[in-house]
Design a protein around this ligand. Sequence first.
Ligand code: TTP
Ligand code: MN
Ligand code: MN
Ligand code: MN
Length: 372
Amino acid sequence: KPEAGPPNSPWLTVSQYACQRRTTLYNHNKILTDALEVLAENYEFIESIGPCLGFRRAASMLKSLPAPLRNINDTEGLPCLGPETKAVIQDIFECGSSSKVEEVLTDERYRTLKIFTSVFGVGPKTAEKWYRKGLRSLEQIASDSSIHLNKMQIAGFQYYEDISKPVSKAEAEAVGHIIKEIAGCFSPDVTMTLTGGFRRGKEFGHDVDFLLTVPRPGKEDGLLPAVINQLRTQGLLLYSDFQESTFDLSSLPNRRFEAMDHFQKCFLIVKLKKDQVVGQQAEQRCGRDWKAVRVDLVAPPAERYAFALLGWSGSTQFERDLRRFSRLERNMLLDNHALFDKTTNTFLQAKTEEDIFTHLGLDYIEPWQRNA
Ligand code: TTP
Ligand code: MN
Ligand code: MN
Ligand code: MN
């Protein structure tokens, strides 16, 4: 493994933008980034978005470094590190841990919100509301009759044990085979791509993300309803939240370019039979031969595929920086649907992700280098 460089080595050329860095899954500074991400999450829980993003950006930058930092002097010249972040890093080098982080980890509020937000359909706002009511455990929530759970949260509690466990690569591929077969019946020329964390090379994920489309314009509108119906018919559909497309290119870019996109999509929980997973025996533990798995499907029109693929491949931090870079360095607006050049007032077309990087004047970053 390479030694950390002395000052004036490649350290000094690290970009503040994740889209100008190559970040693989091998994180040489995990002790530091884990600590910073705890603080980021705590700020997220108290809805301090500025500090939250600051800590996330710092952690993301450190993940891209080719070697571990050895001491606080190594941070010299590195971008994205504010005084607060540097103080945390210094504490870890001097004391082996950061008192600020330790404090958060033992904080009742942080611990409780961490548990509550681990339920599918429960965000920081809902978690906070429950915490303020004095609730502290999932058992208390489930048995409190004054709490109204929505459909998503009910499913979140119902399948909690399964969907809080990581999904393996083999399970993701098994889900892929099932969906591909169904989608192929709807239209033999369907294109389907595994996106999200698995496309970035992760061995485990919290869900499985797929992008699907068909060549004929407009035909994609029927795709996800057909897939959902067939999953239901086969008895594999445990939960479904279908969102109709609200995509309209003519209304862009006047509407705010957003993180959430307007393509047809669905958030599902499907039943995955254990004997469908390669390398896994159908065990009869609990009398159950299946596992509930969270699956996201999105169906953009074919001509928007490259933008949707780039947007759904993540990581979240990589996406944030792609957009920030486009806006601040190129006077362009990028989102999951399109790239708009504000200087020439034109949309830039793209067939592939490479086309989009080229429009932005960026070196191509492979999916497995986007783990920012
Ligand atoms: P996630 O599935 O949330 O995250 P992930 O696949 O990177 O990690 P994990 O292994 O934990 O599942 O989101 C994948 C990408 O999809 C992420 O970059 C954000 C993007 N996304 C959208 O663009 N629009 C959406 O509506 C949603 C839900 C996600
Ligand atoms: Mn490396
Ligand atoms: Mn995912
Ligand atoms: Mn997802």
